[in-house]
Design a protein around this ligand. Structure first.
Ligand SMILES: O=C(O)[C@H](O)COP(=O)(O)O
Length: 230
C-alpha cells in the first residue's frame, strides 16, 4: 500500500478579490494581505510537517506567486513544479473586470448567484479582442482560449489533467501541492469528495488555507480537512 498526501491551496487575496471584481482568466497579482496569507500557508505546512515534494499550478500570477511564497516559507522552493493552463480559474466570460456588487445591482442578486455558483450555466461570452479578453496573451499561444466557462466546463478540463498528471504522483507516494483558484479547486473538491451537482453550489474555498486529502494507492482515503485544524 502506498500512502500519499494531496494539498490544495487557493491563491492568497488578489487585487481584484480586494476590489470585488470578476477575475477569471485575467492576470492580477496578490495584495500585501495575499502575500501574507501565502507566507502563513507555508509556515503552517512547515509547522505541521506536511512538506510538499512536487507542485502543480496554473499559468496565473496569483497562483504561481502563492505557490512560491508558501514553498519558500516551508523550505521547499526547490521541489519540481508544473504550470498548466488547465488549472486556471474558471473563465468568467463577459463578466471579467466587472464589479460583483454593481453587477448584482444591474442584473439582480439571483442572476449573479447563478453565474457565480450554478453547476452548468456559464456567464455571457466575452467579446473577442475586448479589454479583458486574454485570447492574445502570449502564455496561451496555441490554446483554444474559451470565451466563457461554467463550473461543468471547468471540470471538463481540470479533471483529465488531474487524472493524467497528478494521480500518478499520488500513486508514487508523493506529497503533492496544487496552488490554484476558487473554481478550479471547486472542480477538484467536487470530484474528490463526491459532491453532487446541486450541493456544489454551496461550497466556498477560502484564500490561502491549505486543504489536505490523505491518499492510499492513488485514491482519497479520507475526507478533506483544513491543515490549520488538523
Ligand atoms: O475569478 C474570480 O472572480 C474569483 O477568483 C472567484 O470568484 P467567484 O467566487 O465569484 O467565483
Amino acid at each position: 500500500m502506498t500512502e500519499a498526501t494531496l494539498i490544495l491551496v487557493r491563491h492568497g487575496q488578489s487585487q481584484w478579490n480586494l476590489e470585488n471584481r470578476f477575475t477569471g482568466w485575467w492576470d492580477v497579482d496578490l495584495t500585501d494581505k495575499g502575500e501574507a496569507e501565502a507566507k502563513a500557508a507555508g509556515e503552517l505546512m512547515l509547522a505541521k510537517g506536511v512538506l510538499p515534494t512536487i507542485a502543480f499550478t496554473s499559468l496565473q500570477t496569483r497562483a504561481i506567486r502563492t505557490l512560491h511564497i508558501a514553498l519558500q516559507h516551508a523550505g521547499r522552493l526547490w521541489i519540481p513544479e508544473t504550470k498548466n493552463w488547465l488549472l486556471n480559474e474558471r473563465h468568467y466570460g463577459g463578466l471579467t473586470g466587472l464589479n460583483k456588487a454593481e453587477t448584482a445591482e444591474k442584473h439582480g442578486e439571483e442572476q449573479v448567484q447563478i453565474w457565480r455558483r450554478s453547476f452548468d450555466v456559464p456567464p455571457p461570452v466575452i467579446e473577442k479582442g475586448s479589454q479583458y479578453d486574454p485570447g492574445n496573451d502570449a502564455r496561451y499561444a496555441g490554446i483554444d482560449v474559451p470565451l466563457t466557462e461554467s463550473l461543468k466546463d471547468t471540470i471538463a478540463r481540470v479533471l483529465p489533467f488531474y487524472q493524467a498528471e497528478i494521480v500518478p504522483q499520488l500513486q508514487k507516494g508523493e506529497t503533492v501541492i496544487v496552488s490554484a483558484h476558487g473554481n478550479s479547486l471547486r472542480a477538484l473538491v467536487k470530484h474528490l469528495s463526491n459532491i453532487s451537482d446541486d450541493e456544489i453550489t454551496g461550497l466556498e474555498i477560502p484564500t490561502g488555507q491549505p486543504i489536505v486529502y490523505p491518499f492510499k494507492d492513488g485514491q482519497p482515503s479520507g475526507e478533506r480537512a483544513y491543515l490549520s485544524e488538523g
